[in-house]
Design a protein around this ligand. Structure first.
Ligand SMILES: *Cc1c(COP(=O)(O)O)cnc(C)c1O
Length: 352
């Protein structure tokens, strides 16, 4: 393609999990929440006036950012930025703090979008392998770069690095540390207080998982105001539309609804993990809304993934290094997880 930039020649683009169509299927492949968002969200969307659609939305999403500031322990909205899903914020952080040619640090494995964003931006991604238990290594702790993506809890492992180790890293690292807390609402603790004491830390959240709003596209972040100010320069003029601002504000206002839904997911997570371990899978303790289930038997993890897909049960399989013998399973409802276990029993039984 002679018109395209040199950089795009080897880029494949991010491969999202399948979004199969139909009603009689079980979808445990993209870490969506199986429960609906707060009733106030739908009400806020129904109440959008013709005028609200006719006019441009608030370019700074102030009402929503104010609510985030209150919830996330910030003095005011100057500590908060919000956007069209966390993926937009991840791209923006490169645009704002990284020059082409600079080095960006991340663990391996982690969220695969970082790599694509770095390639598109012309940044060099330096992966540092996690250890066999998917924990941070001394090599990671001493890595250097212009920016670091640190996912906590990590994806697709579900493992959360100890808070003290992350704090040590933030104190030592010379560049910006982005702590991707996409799954933090499902975890025992978070790093949302780190921006209070570190001027190089940005903590990011998405409303796609715990708040059941993947379809709305809402992401937010907390950092010191001098960092947030720079985002105001690199943002699209209206990067949150009127509907997502209204929905996001309603969602964070009914925080208890989110907590109740997260509690259900965490209870099911424990039950599903024990059931998978009883069947011979090796499953690290997860602090997120998914499990990474390792399987070294016959049929292979990939065969199991395909046999489940044929039964309209969708989980995620990555053909990447260190993940090729594993399935990433989103926590669904209890009934969905029971159906998954019954299907796995059928597949393993038939192979005996
Ligand atoms: C889902 C996810 C995101 C992105 O969330 P969106 O707000 O839906 O763009 C970012 N990081 C990780 C690790 C995720 O799993």
């Amino acid at each position: 393609m002679r018109f395209v930039r040199e950089i795009l020649k080897d880029v494949e683009g991010y491969t999202p999990g399948e979004q199969p169509q139909g009603s009689n299927l079980i979808k445990l492949n993209t870490n969506e929440n199986p429960y609906p968002p707060a009733p106030g969200v739908l009400e806020a969307l129904r109440n959008l006036s013709a005028d609200a659609l006719r006019k441009y939305p608030d370019p700074l999403s102030v009402a929503f950012r104010r609510a985030c500031a209150q919830r996330y322990g910030a003095p005011d909205e100057s500590w908060i930025f919000a956007g069209n899903g966390m993926d937009e914020l991840l791209a923006m952080v490169l645009r704002t703090f990284v020059d082409p040619g600079d080095t960006v640090v991340a663990t391996y494995p982690t969220y695969s979008l970082y790599e694509i964003l770095c390639v598109l931006h012309g940044a060099k991604l330096h992966y540092v392998d996690l250890d066999d238990d998917f924990q941070l290594t001394p090599d990671f702790m001493s890595a250097s770069g212009r920016l670091c993506f640190l996912t906590r809890p990590n994806a697709p492992t579900g493992v959360a690095a100890p808070r003290e180790a992350v704090a040590d890293f933030c104190a030592r690292f010379q560049g910006i540390v982005v702590i991707d807390e996409a799954y933090a609402d499902f975890a025992a603790d978070t790093c949302m207080d780190f921006p209070d004491r570190f001027d190089n830390v940005i903590v990011m959240r998405t409303f796609s998982k715990s708040f059941s709003l993947a379809g709305m596209r809402v992401g937010t972040m907390k950092a010191q105001p001098q960092l947030v100010r720079e985002f105001l320069k690199t943002k699209d003029s209206y990067n949150m539309n009127a509907a997502s601002q209204a929905a996001a504000l309603a969602a964070i206002t009914d925080y208890d609804h989110m907590l109740a839904s997260v509690a259900k997911v965490c209870a099911t997570r424990q039950r599903l993990r024990e059931a998978l371990v009883a069947r011979g899978f090796r499953v690290p303790e997860s602090q997120s809304n998914f499990l990474l289930a390792h399987w070294n038997g016959t049929p292979s993890a990939k065969d199991i993934f395909q046999a489940l897909s044929a039964q309209q049960i969708f989980v995620r399989y990555f053909s990447a290094r260190r993940l090729e013998n594993a399935l990433r399973i989103t926590i669904g409802t209890d009934a969905e997880c029971d159906a998954l276990l019954a299907a796995i029993d059928g597949i393993l039984g038939a192979a005996k």
